[in-house]
Design a protein around this ligand. Structure first.
Ligand SMILES: Nc1ncnc2c1ncn2[C@@H]1O[C@H](COP(=O)(O)OP(=O)(O)OP(=O)(O)O)[C@@H](O)[C@H]1O
Ligand SMILES: [Mg+2]
Length: 379
C-alpha cells in the first residue's frame, strides 16, 4: 500500500484524495496494531501467569504437606523426604513454563509456514523446462495454430491462426482491449496458450527451455519499464559486459543519444524511481535502445513509439525499420502510418482475426482497416 501510495502521489494530490488515502492507511495500520497488541498481550501475560500459578501451587503443597508432615500424619513420608519432594517440584516449574513458551512459538511458526507454503506450493503456470531443447537459432517461422487464451475464465483470444516467417514483420492493429498485447505476450511465454499450439520452427514452444526462447527476443513493452539506476545500466540490462561504445551506438539508433548527452552526467545520470526523472518519450527511447543493444533475432514492439512527437517518431521509426531488416518482428501500433510497410497486417477484433493482408490489400478491401486509416488521415 505504501509503495502504491508513494508511487501515485501526484494523482492523489491532483484529485485531493489525501484524506481518503490517509484514512485507508490509518485503517490498515490500526488493524495491524490491534492484532499485534492482542498477540503481545497474551504472550506477555503467559509469563507472570505461569509464575503466579507455580507459586500458588507451591504454597498449597507447602501448607498442606507441611501440616501433614509436622503433625506426623503423613503415612510413610519423613520430613527429609518431603523437603526433597518440594525441591524436585520447584525444579519442574521452569521446564513446564518453557513448554508453554514453545507452544506459543510453534503456533507462530505454523502460521508463518502456512503462508510460506502458499507461495511455495503455488502452481507453476509457465514451466521453465530447463532440461528442454535449446533454441540455438531461429531459422524458419513462428506459428500460431488454433491458439486460444483465457485469463481466469474469460476468453481473450479465440482460435488465432497465422505464421510469421523469418525476416518478416507482422503488425497487429485493432481497438483497445482487442487482445494485441496479450497475443504478443504469448511469444516470450509470459503466459502459456490455453488451447492450441504456438510453434517455433515447427516445435512447440513449451519444449524449448524458457531461457533459450527469451534470449532470442527483444521486447519493448507498452509501458516503459526502467529501474532506479544510471541511464547506461538501464540500457545494458541483461547484456553482460556491454562496452560504453555499444551502449552509445544503441542509444544513437534509438534517437536517444542527443538527449542523454545533454543530461548533467550524460550516461551516468540516474533516472530516478521507475525513470521518473525522464519524460515519457525519453523513457520510451531508452527501452528501445535496450532492445537494440540486445540485438535479438525476434523483436516485439508494443506501441514502442506512442509517446514520441511526430518528428522523433519518424526518426525512431526509421531506426526501427533499419533494425527490423533481416529480423523477425511483431509490431503493435495504433498510429497506422508506422506500420504501413509491414509484410502482413493483422486486424484483431474482440480476440479474433477480423482481417489480414498488406496495407494496400486491406485498403482496397474497404473493411475495418480502411475505416481506421480514413479516421486517422489528417486533412
Ligand atoms: N492480467 C489480466 N487479467 C485479466 N484480464 C486481463 C489482464 N490483462 C488484460 N486483460 C484483459 O484482456 C483484454 C485484452 O487486453 P490487451 O492488453 O491484450 O489489449 P490490447 O489490445 O493490447 O489493448 P491496448 O491497445 O489498449 O493496449 C482486455 O479486455 C483486458 O481487460
Ligand atoms: Mg496493449
Amino acid at each position: 500500500m505504501l509503495d502504491e501510495t508513494l508511487g501515485g502521489l501526484r494523482v492523489i494530490k491532483a484529485f485531493n484524495a489525501e484524506k481518503l488515502l490517509q484514512n485507508k492507511f490509518s485503517k490498515t495500520n490500526n488493524e495491524l496494531y490491534t492484532i499485534r497488541n492482542a498477540m503481545q498481550y497474551r504472550r506477555d501475560l503467559a509469563s507472570p501467569l505461569s509464575e503466579f500459578l507455580g507459586v500458588v501451587v507451591l504454597c498449597g503443597i507447602l501448607w498442606f504437606g507441611g501440616k501433614l508432615v509436622l503433625a506426623g500424619n503423613a503415612a510413610g513420608l519423613e520430613p527429609e523426604g518431603f523437603i526433597m519432594y518440594v525441591g524436585i517440584f520447584t525444579q519442574i516449574i521452569n521446564p513446564a513454563k518453557s513448554l508453554s513458551t514453545s507452544f506459543y512459538n510453534i503456533q507462530k511458526g505454523s502460521a508463518a509456514i502456512s503462508r510460506i507454503e502458499e507461495i511455495l506450493q503455488a502452481p507453476v503456470k509457465v514451466d521453465p523446462n530447463e532440461s528442454g531443447l535449446t533454441l540455438s537459432s531461429f531459422n524458419d517461422c513462428i506459428e500460431f495454430k488454433n491458439v486460444s487464451f483465457m485469463y481466469e475464465h474469460k476468453l481473450i483470444l479465440n482460435n488465432i491462426n497465422f505464421k510469421i516467417l523469418k525476416g518478416k514483420s507482422i503488425a497487429l492493429v485493432g481497438s483497445s482491449g482487442a487482445g494485441k498485447s496479450t497475443l504478443a505476450d504469448l511469444i516470450p511465454r509470459f503466459h502459456d496458450v490455453s488451447e492450441g499450439e504456438l510453434l517455433i520452427d515447427g516445435v512447440n514452444i513449451k519444449e524449448y527451455s524458457l531461457h533459450s526462447v527469451r534470449s532470442k527476443m527483444g521486447i519493448v513493452t507498452q509501458e516503459p519499464i526502467l529501474f532506479n539506476d544510471t541511464i547506461s545500466n538501464n540500457i545494458a540490462l541483461g547484456v553482460e559486459n556491454a562496452s560504453i561504445v555499444q551502449i552509445e551506438n544503441a542509444a544513437k539508433v534509438a534517437n536517444a543519444h542527443n538527449f542523454i548527452r545533454q543530461k548533467e552526467r550524460s550516461y551516468q545520470t540516474n533516472v530516478g524511481d521507475r525513470g521518473s526523472k525522464l519524460s515519457g518519450g525519453e523513457r520510451q527511447r531508452l527501452t528501445i535502445a535496450r532492445a537494440v543493444l540486445k540485438n535479438p533475432p525476434i523483436l516485439i514492439l508494443d506501441e514502442a513509439t506512442s509517446s514520441l512527437d511526430t518528428e522523433s517518431e519518424r526518426l525512431v521509426q526509421d531506426a526501427i525499420n533499419n533494425m527490423m531488416q533481416n529480423r523477425t518482428s511483431i509490431v503493435i501500433a495504433h498510429r497506422l502510418s508506422t506500420i504501413r510497410h509491414a509484410d502482413e497486417i493483422i486486424v484483431l477484433q474482440k480476440g479474433e482475426i477480423a482481417e489480414r493482408g498488406t496495407h494496400d490489400e486491406l485498403l482496397s478491401k474497404g473493411g475495418i482497416y480502411k475505416r481506421l486509416v480514413d479516421m486517422q488521415e489528417v486533412r
